[in-house]
Design a protein around this ligand. Structure first.
Ligand SMILES: NC(=O)c1ccc[n+]([C@@H]2O[C@H](COP(=O)([O-])OP(=O)(O)OC[C@H]3O[C@@H](n4cnc5c(N)ncnc54)[C@H](OP(=O)(O)O)[C@@H]3O)[C@@H](O)[C@H]2O)c1
Length: 267
């Protein structure tokens, strides 16, 4: 039996729904011990009870926007089981608004939640990984971390920033046997668009057609498990669709991508 994840300790942020929830179930089935984080404790409790062995699941409430709390949260996560093997940076929020109408508070909020919190938690956890000579950072970026399409400027900027930061980190810590996997999902069927920031911070967007037609989160989680296991650098997660083609065009024919990008606004 494959025991890559058996008894490993994985900390997942954004575990109260969507991709993080689905990944918690996959890791739990594979024998991992879990620390699940998010703001909504009742949702985290629901996920915990649905895991294969709830006794091996601990909950740690966390608001990624609360920067001063994050160092202590990382210490609390380590103390849950005494160590951490896999840190899944996954919690986050998206955006649907044109640059011309988007206030600075939206840009700042997106960077705080989707980028700076990941940096802060990584900095706090890194000495632990270096001391143990091992660990795996898994980061849920996005296709929007590699390309740009209308109405996603703040979100894409935060996700692009993750690639800069974590590519550098990978180069620094490979010598310490620490791995970095930047997941680049296309459209995955979750509630993310319901909570999307619009032209004002805390605004709500409508359900997105692309997301509703996206790959179910449980299938995405199974792709993610394979990617973590093989230590992939930057795996695409999702269906073979427009997002996958967008990634290829960005690499092979960026001029063509720019011409069709206006048609790629999320529906
Ligand atoms: N769905 C897609 O098509 C897609 C595509 C590419 C990338 N992604 C990325 O996948 C990740 C997970 O999103 P999802 O699609 O699974 O959406 P989701 O179901 O809305 O999940 C988002 C998760 O992030 C948590 N979260 C949001 N704001 C938070 C905050 N301030 N502090 C702590 N936790 C916070 C939420 O928990 P609480 O509300 O309980 O705090 C929730 O568990 C995100 O990073 C997203 O950018 C999604």
């Amino acid at each position: 039996m494959d025991n890559h994840f058996n008894n490993k300790v994985a900390w997942i942020t954004g575990a109260s729904s969507g991709i993080g929830e689905a990944l918690a179930y996959e890791l739990s089935v594979a024998g991992a011990r879990l620390i699940l984080s998010g703001r909504r404790m009742e949702e985290l409790e629901r996920v915990k009870q649905a895991c294969t062995d709830p006794a091996q699941v601990q909950l740690l409430q966390l608001d990624l926007a609360d920067a001063p709390s994050l160092e202590d949260k990382a210490a609390a996560a380590v103390s849950c089981f005494g160590h951490i093997d896999i840190m899944v940076h996954n919690g986050g929020v998206t955006q649907r608004s044109l640059v011309i109408e988007t206030g600075m508070e939206v840009h700042r909020r997106l960077m705080e939640v989707d980028y700076f919190s990941y940096v802060a938690l990584t900095r706090a956890l890194l000495p632990h990984f270096v001391g143990r000579k091992g660990g795996h950072f898994v980061i849920t970026s996005s296709v929007m971390g590699k390309i740009g399409t209308p109405m996603r400027s703040a979100y894409a900027a935060a996700k692009h920033a993750l690639h800069g930061f974590f590519d550098c980190l990978r180069a620094e810590v490979a010598v310490d046997n620490i791995k970095v996997t930047l997941l680049t999902p296309g459209y995955i069927r979750t509630n993310i668009s319901l909570y999307a920031l619009t032209n004002k911070a805390y605004g709500l967007a409508k359900p997105s057609e692309n997301i509703t037609n996206g790959l179910p989160a449980d299938r995405a989680a199974r792709q993610i498990m394979k990617a973590i296991k093989r230590g992939a650098f930057e795996p695409y997660i999702g269906r073979f669709g427009g997002e996958r083609i967008g990634l290829w065009l960005n690499r092979l024919a960026p001029g063509l991508l720019i011409r069709i990008a206006p048609k790629l606004a999320p529906k």
